[in-house]
Design a protein around this ligand. Structure first.
Ligand code: ZN
Length: 151
């Protein structure tokens, strides 16, 4: 990855980490789940409103490092309007990106803004920060109510 692209990705992560989108309690949520990453101390709760088979609205609340907040923020933007199956398929792509690196992005454009997470794979200790929101979303979609831990 060239330096300019890396800087741009970092800017987006810092922006979303500081001003996370959809950071709120979601009135009328039909699903919710809680996630915790003991490695870093990140915790969050994801709220999902399912209607007509799609994620009509999604929001989250919590506290944690910039990467966990930014990843949750970007996730809410990416999966809104998707079916649960589409959202879980997207998680699989994001997981591959985070654990295998940018070469897992084929074709590159498919992940849209989530591509900014591609720098995270160079910092394995941060991967769990970035996947926490997604694990929690999966738990919410699958209807589990036990808290999710990345450990
Ligand atoms: Zn973290």
């Amino acid at each position: 990855m060239n330096g300019e692209l890396r800087d741009l990705y970092q800017e987006v992560i810092i922006d979303h980490g500081k001003r996370p989108r959809n950071f709120r309690l979601l009135e009328g949520a039909t699903r919710t789940a809680e996630g915790f990453n003991p490695l870093c101390g990140d915790q969050l709760r994801v709220y999902v409103k399912l209607a007509d088979g799609v994620i009509e609205d999604i929001a989250f609340q919590g506290a944690g490092c910039a990467i966990s907040q930014a990843s949750a923020s970007l996730m809410t933007l990416a999966v809104k309007g998707q079916t649960p199956a589409q959202a879980l398929a997207l998680f699989a792509r994001v997981h591959a990106l985070l654990t295998e690196g940018p070469h897992a992005l084929e074709p590159p454009a498919e992940l849209g803004k989530l591509a900014v997470l591609s720098g995270v794979w160079e910092f394995p200790v941060r991967v769990k920060c970035a996947t926490l929101a997604w694990h929690t979303l999966r738990s919410a979609l699958e209807g589990g109510d036990a808290p999710v831990s990345t450990e």
